[in-house]
Design a protein around this ligand. Sequence first.
Ligand code: FE
Ligand code: ZN
Ligand code: FE
Ligand code: FE
Length: 191
Amino acid sequence: MKFESLHDLFVDELKDIYNAENQLVKALPKMVKASTSDELRSAFENHLEETKQQVERLEQIFKELEKSPKGKSCKAMKGLLEEGKHAIEADGDEAVCDAALIAAAQKVEHYEIASYGTLRTYARLLGLDEAARLLQETLNEEGNADKKLNEVAERINLQAQQPESDNEEAESTRDQSEQMTDDKDELIVRR
Ligand code: FE
Ligand code: ZN
Ligand code: FE
Ligand code: FE
């Protein structure tokens, strides 16, 4: 890539985030399915709809610039989503798995916030006012998505911190005899 002007860099970075957003349109439905908390699921569903709008905003900018949106593959987003795949495929404690999904999603949002902040600033410097406005709109959505995930995490991390048995204290007392039987079975297996 040869950067002769800030405009060249602007277009190159736009292509990068365009590809990243399209990767997210494919990944977010998997995050929705993997969530066990209703609150988290609806946060992802909501951000999926926003993400589709963000793709359209970028297409609008490319149209005005008379440039193709294609031609770049965002390796950073590919890597973030590869890591996120571990959270999607994880099983075990539901709250801990949800906490892992939130952690992965916030890394994605922060990447997007960095990208859109830069792009918005370039657009302003280049006098591309409409592009700057559209990029600011998306930047605000990414910021709000991150804040929403913080709110959900406040509850889910607390649940994740408790062992699953603690969440069902009443039940565990009632089932103590059963548990003892289980322990004995385990001893037999070990021998
Ligand atoms: Fe986005
Ligand atoms: Zn990238
Ligand atoms: Fe890193
Ligand atoms: Fe986002």
